[in-house]
Design a protein around this ligand. Structure first.
Ligand SMILES: NC(=O)c1ccc[n+]([C@@H]2O[C@H](COP(=O)([O-])OP(=O)(O)OC[C@H]3O[C@@H](n4cnc5c(N)ncnc54)[C@H](OP(=O)(O)O)[C@@H]3O)[C@@H](O)[C@H]2O)c1
Length: 262
């Protein structure tokens, strides 16, 4: 898919969907930069991917720290002399508690917006100069909750909605520089997210069964499936596609209501 030799940063790629995307890109010949808040975790995953595909490195990235993205871009550019792809995948769960907005502490609200919106915009804006050089791509990982509400996580939904607008705005702004900006909105995908937000394993397995029913295809997704679509989105073969937001959600967003069911 003509991705050989390109350099991609995938934020939050030591696990879950980010790792699924990173593995797919590495398998297509991309030099992938695995990032984590814990450098040793990123290093371990980069080593595992290198063993399998022969091309991965690692770096530290924290959504709460606006300078961390700038440092990451700088380090990667110094190492490879190019950056072709930025995948905005990481999400800071502690700043997005499942709370009603009316009960949300102002500082927590600000922290959620700073980490998951301001600093994602900032990282992407900082990446512009590098991506302009390579006529590169941004891929944002949103969520199908922007199409069909999932109650109890309003701040998460609001910020994923803003991310969709960022995808469209930047696609329009940066087309002149031949930088493509696209987005995948997953439905529920098995990942460490639920462990990371403190849901115990026994409750989580029940949740997977329950949420599978909300996906017309009858199951939740696998990070590898999101990785497979990401590989297509970033391929030169679809270089005419920008500003696209595609749901990959087992039909979650288009589930029908049966008016005639007794
Ligand atoms: N899983 C789903 O059902 C689902 C559905 C729709 C959309 N999504 C979206 O898909 C993306 C990946 O989610 P996931 O399910 O794979 O979640 P995950 O397994 O929890 O992965 C999130 C990644 O983000 C990193 N991360 C967490 N806090 C961070 C912070 N403060 N700064 C930098 N990195 C941080 C984590 O890496 P470290 O802990 O190693 O730092 C982790 O690898 C997210 O944008 C999520 O909103 C997920």
């Amino acid at each position: 898919m003509s991705l050989q030799g390109k350099v991609a940063i995938v934020t939050g790629s030591a696990g879950g969907i980010g790792r699924g995307i990173a593995e797919k890109l590495a398998s297509l010949g991309v030099q992938v930069v695995i990032t984590s808040r814990a450098i040793e975790r990123a290093e371990k995953v980069a080593a595992e991917i290198t063993d399998k595909y022969g091309s991965a490195t690692f770096g530290c990235f924290e959504l709460e720290n606006k300078d961390s993205g700038t440092e990451l871009l700088d380090t990667v550019y110094k190492q490879f002399n190019r950056i072709d792809i930025l995948v905005n995948n990481a999400v800071s769960h502690p700043t997005l508690p499942p709370l009603p907005l009316e009960g949300l502490d102002y500082n927590l609200l600000q922290a959620g917006i700073t980490a998951n919106l301001s600093n994602v915009i900032h990282l992407t804006a900082q990446a512009h100069a590098y991506l302009k050089e390579t006529k590169g791509s941004v891929l944002n990982i949103g969520s199908a909750v922007v199409n069909r509400n999932m109650l109890g996580i309003p701040l998460y939904s609001i910020l994923k909605g803003a991310l969709s607008q960022m995808t469209k705005s930047l696609a329009a702004e940066w087309a002149k520089d031949y930088i493509r900006v696209n987005q995948i909105n997953p439905g529920m995908v098995e990942s460490e997210a639920y462990k990371n937000i403190g849901i115990p394993p026994e409750i989580y397995s029940g949740m997977v069964e329950k949420y599978a029913q909300f996906h017309p295809l009858g199951r939740v997704g696998d990070p590898k499936e999101i990785g497979a679509l990401a590989g297509q989105f970033l391929s030169e073969e679809v270089s005419w596609m920008t500003g696209a937001i595609v749901d990959m959600d087992g039909g979650y967003s288009i589930q029908g209501v049966d008016l005639f069911k007794e």
